[in-house]
Every structure is written in structure tokens, then in C-alpha cells.
Design a protein around this ligand. Sequence first.
Ligand SMILES: Nc1nc2c(ncn2[C@@H]2O[C@H](COP(=O)(O)OP(=O)(O)OP(=O)(O)O)[C@@H](O)[C@H]2O)c(=O)[nH]1
Ligand SMILES: [Mg+2]
Length: 621
Amino acid sequence: MGKSNCHLNKTMNYRQDIRNIAIIAHVDHGKTTLVDAMLKQSKVFRDNQVVGELIMDSNALEREKGITIMSKNTAVLYKGVKINIIDTPGHADFSGEVERVINMADGCLLLVDSVEGPMPQTKFVLRQAMAKGLKCIVVINKIDRDNSRMAEVIRLTQDLFLELATSVDQLDFQLLYASAREGIAVTELGTKGKDIFPLLDCILETVPPPQITSGPFQMLVSNLDYDNHKGRIAIGRIWRGSIAPHDSVAVLSADGTVTRYEIGEVFTYLGLKRMKIEEAEAGDIVAVTGMKEVSIGDTIASFDLPEALPRIEIGEPTIEMTFGVNTSPFGGNEGCFCTTRQLRARLYKELETNLSLRVEDTDSPDTFLVKGRGELHLAILIETMRREGYEFEVSRPEAITEIVDGNLMEPVEALTIDTKGEYIGVLTEMLSKRQAQLTNMHNDGHDNIRLEFHIPTKGLIGFRSAFLTATRGNSIMNTIFLGYEPWRGEIVSTRGGVLVASERNTAVTYGLNNAQERGDTFIEPGTPVYEGMIVGMHARLQDIPVNVCKEKKRTNIRSSTSDIAVKLTPPVIFSLEQAIDFINNDELVEVTPKNIRLRKKLLTHTQRLRSIASLRQSIKA
Ligand SMILES: Nc1nc2c(ncn2[C@@H]2O[C@H](COP(=O)(O)OP(=O)(O)OP(=O)(O)O)[C@@H](O)[C@H]2O)c(=O)[nH]1
Ligand SMILES: [Mg+2]
């Protein structure tokens, strides 16, 4: 391959020794498990190396939740060809990750679960892949499941291609069947598979090798990493030329500035390792060090010819909430980083890698507005910060509205629910209160019902936990962003009131037992509480102050606390996501490395009464 310093003298070429593929699918359809199989069978590990499962889900939260949150690179060697693989998350809240990395690939594996079939996120990611012109291989996965509906799933997948294809050749896709968990893939249904190699062969045959242009170096930064010794690491695909340590490059940033750097080290991927190499050429996916300031979307180019590649486009966030310094009476006691300065720095730092996130300062110096793709997107950020030692408070998530031509517009999503006949009534009732409109209903004849709705994003906030309770965990829901539509008016909150601690002290069994006569409690005896902290909920609308610290008067010796303890119902303990889902506009979630507390914004009963009175006044006026 001839190298040229003159960009006018471009020659097109292909690198037969590389394939770049992204693995895309709806959540849980088996992407990361398939990557496991490819890694294990292509022998990138030592024979005795213990590698486990879902190897690419390396981050602690990913392992706990069993989902992929960030897309990651790996590579396998097969028949002398390096297949660079990009594993992506399937949850709609992290779809920004798919948009971010998909342009490194020339082809994609679209996984479809053999039982669930194409789901909302299957459509979203396939549309992304088609827009980028990726060559698609469809893998019907989980063929080992005994209730798989192969013919139906294939038909639905073909329908999806018919709907989304922008050219005829996109309709022509390779179809394989796999059990990622068993590590097998076959090209014909009914044949017995023994390994994953038919899939790797199919990748070599159908995914075009990277097309490269000769000329000075040019690469688009699609991901960033950080190493204490090496500093910032920029990851991306080389589109033109080659790169070696000590090369002189320019970083072209969003605002048009051009900064000169000397490349430190150059790495490529193999298995879970980054391998240091002397030179990398166009078509490969590499990681390079040496740049102090570089962001995702920037172009790194030869200093002789600093030409920028088109920046990565990411959809806008739909949900916002505030992150503020913890103003509770317990504020500053449990975290390592509690100040405005620390909170602000951490949030703005997140923007470097979390591309679909937005952070804005607000009128209040202690509070920041954070915008994301969904409740889970923001909840993962909160949980990550909490584990890093940050302490702060967050507000209820709100849908982000826009004014277009003088009209108030709000985000609307498609909601798909897979359920049983017995729940249709309760679900449609719950959803109509949340301004959802039923758009489709399908019964497969075995009482498996699929309901499809259009629902404003604001109607989805707090819906997931109510949904799980109402269907006793027997149904699955999925959402996908549709677009902005005219504002449909406020939704009346259906949540009941809360039990609010009336003094600062420690909760005791006797006090909690009294509180349980009014509703369900959230805390164990021995929990420190403060005035204004939410300690329970009840069915009626208004909030009730309760004294959970009240001890029984010591008059009757026989009634020891033990006989009361028997009566105490176990508390309802919220996860972080449930807590965020639960709170109303006049409430906050206090997040510390040790605790998640719920509180009223106004801590004293008098303050709250006054605020209600003044609200009534203003409504009257
Ligand atoms: N029965 C069966 N289960 C599978 C198969 N492949 C994956 N699974 C299971 O499906 C679940 C999800 O698998 P993952 O590989 O994490 O799915 P994913 O697509 O990477 O999920 P996200 O990254 O969160 O979107 C896990 O419990 C897997 O064990 C398969 O071929 N057969
Ligand atoms: Mg995954």
C-alpha cells in the first residue's frame, strides 16, 4: 500500500486482513454472551485462564445489573483476519452509546431473540446501522429456548428490513441461527451446531473489509479512556494514513481549534488486551496516547494536513433532573466529595465520555440541571457518583419540553408491553391516566398479548415500578423515543401522601409501630432521622407528620419492646431507581455513599403548610 503525503493523490484500497463489526440488538438478546463465545473459541485466552461469563461487561455496575452500559472494543483473530468487535448496550437509555461507536464499523450483527422477536430497540439500532450503510448479518439467537418461534421471528425481522431499508441491497441479509450461551451458530435450521465458526466465516465473507484512502493520517475519536500513567487515551478508527509513536498530530476540536501533540504510544485490540504496536494503518481500530486535551468526536490528523472528519451526531436527551449539594441536616457527614465545586467538576467531567448527557448551571449556584436519555441513564450516573464517594441531592425527573413556533412541545415515546390477558384491564386503566394511547394490540393465540402505546415521556416517569407491582413481575415493558408532539396537559399525580418524620432523633420500634397504623414504613428501628425526612407512605393524598422516635412510656413493665417487635411489618426498602421514581416535585432524594434517603424539600411542617396556603392564594388570584 503506497503512502502519499499529497491528499490530491488519493487511492482507494481495501485491507483484507481486517473486519470491523458492531454487535447490536434489543436489551438482553445476547450480544455480550455472543462476544464471550467468539473470544473463547478464537483462543485469545491462555488454555488455563479463567475468564468467566459476560467478559466484556467489566464495569462493576454492569456486572451487578447484568446489562451492558458502555460500548467496548475487543478483537479476535480468525483465519489470519483480525475481526474488531464493538459490543454495544441494548437498553434504550444507553442508545447514545450505539450512535457513538457505530461509525467505526463496516458491518453489524443484528441479534434477535428467538422467542421475543424484534423489539423496539431492535428497530432503533437497525435504523442506525442502515443509515450508516453497514452490512447486516441477522443472528436469530437463543435457539436453544424451547418456546422459540422461529418462523414468526424470521417473518417479523424481514418486515422490519422492508420497513427500514433505504436501498434494495439492504434487504439482502445473511441469516444465521445461534445459541450464544452454548457457543454455536448454524446457517441452516435443523442442523446441529458445534461451534461459533460458521458465524465468523459469515463475517469474513459478507462484511466488506475496511476501505481506506492513502494519505496523511486521519482518525475520528469515538471513545476515551484514562490511565494514571499514560493519561488520556483516544480510541477510534483510522480512516486515512498510518500512525506511529512520536508522530506529530493535530487535534481538531468542536470549536475549530487545532492543537499540536506528539503521539505517545499506539495500541490495537486483541481479546481483552490492548497491544502496543509500532505502527497502525488505516482501517484498524486503535487507541493512542499523548494528547492532553481530546474529546469524543474530535479528529486526530497528521499535522501536515489537519482535515476534520464529520463529528458524531447523537440524539438529544428527553429527561432532566437537578443535582444539588446535599442540604439535608445530615449533609456532609457521609461523603468524601460534598462541595459545590466538587459536584460541578464531576458532572462536567462526565460530559467527556457520556455523549448523550447534558449539564447546565442554574440560577442557584449549588444546583445543576442534568439531562439524559431516560431514568436509567441518570440513575446509573447517580449510582456511579455515589460509589465514588459523592454526596448530593437529586430532584424528580421531568420530561424536557421545547417551544416550537410558539407552541409547547413534549417528548413522546412508543411503549411496548408483553403481558397476559388478565392484566390488560389494569394496564390500560393505569396508562390512560398517564395520557397513553393504545396504538396496537396483538394476541398470539396462547394468551401472550402485546400492547403498543404512544405515551408522553412525562407519563412514563414513575410508571415502571407501578407496572411491575400491577403485573406481579409477569410482564415486560420497553420504550423508545418517537419525537416531539404538542403538550397534552398536566398529569394528575396518582401517588398517595407520605409519612414525614417530625423530629431529629433515632427511629424506634414503638414509634414505627404507630406509624404503621397510618401506612407502610421505609426504615428499620435504629435509623437516624431528621425533621422532614420521608419515612413511609400511605393511601390518602395529604402528607402526615409522624414521630417515629417516640418511645413507649415506661409504666407497664410487662409490655417489653419485644412483643411490639413481633408486630412490626418489614419496611419497604427502595432501590435508587425506585426512590427517584417515587418522589414528587416537592421532594428530593438524598444520595450518599452510605444511604439513600427521601425527604421533603421544605423540612418543617409549618413551612410546608405555609407553602400550600400561598399556593392556594395564588391559584385563587
Ligand atoms: N437460553 C439462552 N440464553 C441466552 C443466550 N444468549 C444469552 N442468553 C442469556 O440472556 C441474558 C442476556 O444476555 P447478555 O449477553 O447479557 O445480553 P446483551 O444483549 O448483551 O444485553 P445488554 O447488553 O444489556 O443489552 C443472559 O442471562 C444470558 O445468559 C442463548 O443463546 N440462549
Ligand atoms: Mg451486553
